[in-house]
Design a protein around this ligand. Structure first.
Ligand code: MUC
Ligand code: MG
Length: 367
């Protein structure tokens, strides 16, 4: 089997309400659908979320790197030769989500050609993951109402609160209101998307002490190495690396230099191949991982649960899998469902992301 061509299709689906966080905001899913076609008529699918404020990629840059570089370089390759594909893509630096999507689409082809679900090829540990819901910037009372609604409607009991606002009292108040309103049995952790300095993050930790927070993600810029290291040493809760650790090399550097002591894995930027390497590093070192959200569509969330459920260590903590619920529509033919706080993997061969062609025709921007 050989790769015949790779499509990079821009599309736009509106959000019902915006998601805001310290490094940016999302009003519509302006993503790129990757489809890898083989000479045997099989198609591998993956979704690419451009996040300029995180990786510098845009819809246009993703299309260009796939059309002008990866497409020509990968055409003719056997999709099962993932190692070769990784080496070829490594010649182009950065472009993390473009590489991640190509890798996931290759895995989709591998599973489809073998007639096997990819979650089984990756490890087959569990058939689903508990869901963590990400709460964007809102007044404290509205955050509580959203969390209560997700708890009642979907059985979700883990929440990641977007923080990194100034004055710090906005986020400190939100944590107090959530803990008081949700009770002690709900997990709450924070993600500041580099919005604070290390000293501000320490002040927030002091002012939320005793409220049972379980982690603080990217509190400040990891490249401000001394402040970050001091924070990691003094924090009573794990400091999670997210946008500072897209590759296995970044994970090694940040863990060894003391820039973080927990890791967020995102399949959107690491694919399944590099996510596997990152997970191996973390389990070997005794470092907790969380399956993160790149503000993913249902296709992206299905990829996350496919990887996350496949290994014991990646399904231990709830995965961030619910933000597609903020979208007005999606391209997945059979919608994802969250029941009793859990999303299940698909038993179809491949990743199981069958595309609704009518919807793609409606939302694609290149037609
Ligand atoms: C997250 O965990 O940071 C916000 C920006 C981004 O790149 O991902 C989201 C969620
Ligand atoms: Mg994050």
């Amino acid at each position: 089997m050989k790769i015949e061509r790779i499509e990079a299709i821009p599309y736009s689906i509106p959000y019902t309400h915006p998601l805001r966080f310290a490094s940016g905001e999302v009003l519509a899913a302006e993503h790129v659908l990757i489809r890898i076609h083989t000479d045997e008529g099989l198609v591998g699918v993956a979704d690419t979320p451009p996040r300029p404020y995180t990786y510098g990629e845009t819809q246009a840059s993703i299309i260009a790197v796939v059309r002008d570089i990866f497409g020509p370089q990968l055409t003719g390759l056997d999709p099962l030769d993932r190692g070769k594909a990784q080496a070829i893509m490594a010649r182009t630096i950065h472009n993390d989500t473009a590489k991640g999507a190509v890798d996931i689409a290759l895995w989709d082809l591998i599973g489809t050609s073998l007639g096997t679900p990819v979650h089984k090829l990756l490890g087959g540990y569990a058939d689903g993951m508990r869901v963590s819901h990400m709460l964007g910037f809102k007044p404290a009372q509205e955050l509580l109402e959203e969390a209560q609604r997700f708890s009642e409607q979907y059985g979700i009991t883990t929440f990641k609160l977007k923080t990194g606002r100034r004055p710090l009292s906005l986020d400190v108040e939100a944590v107090h209101v959530l803990r008081e309103g949700l009770g002690d049995n709900v997990e709450i952790y924070l993600d500041a998307n580099r919005g604070w300095t290390a000293n501000e993050a320490m002040e927030v930790l002091r002012r939320t002490d005793g409220l049972g927070l379980t982690a603080l993600e990217e509190p400040c810029d990891a490249s401000e190495a001394m402040g970050r290291r001091r924070l990691v040493e003094q924090s009573p809760i794990p400091i999670t690396g997210d946008e500072s650790v897209p590759t296995p090399g970044d994970v090694s550097r940040e863990l060894l230099s003391g820039g973080c002591n927990a890791i967020c894995i995102k399949t959107a930027r690491s694919g399944f191949t590099q996510a596997t390497e990152i997970l191996g590093l973390c389990t070997g070192l005794g470092v907790d991982v969380t399956m993160g959200n790149q503000i993913d569509t249902q296709i992206g969330s299905l990829a996350t649960v496919t990887f996350g459920a496949a290994h014991e260590a990646s399904q231990r903590r709830a995965g961030e899998l619910s933000n597609f619920l903020d979208m007005a529509d999606d391209l997945l033919a059979e919608p994802l469902t969250i029941r009793d706080g859990v999303i299940r993997v698909r038993e179809a061969p491949g990743v199981g992301a069958e595309i609704d062609e009518d919807k793609l025709a409606r939302y694609r921007q290149d037609a």
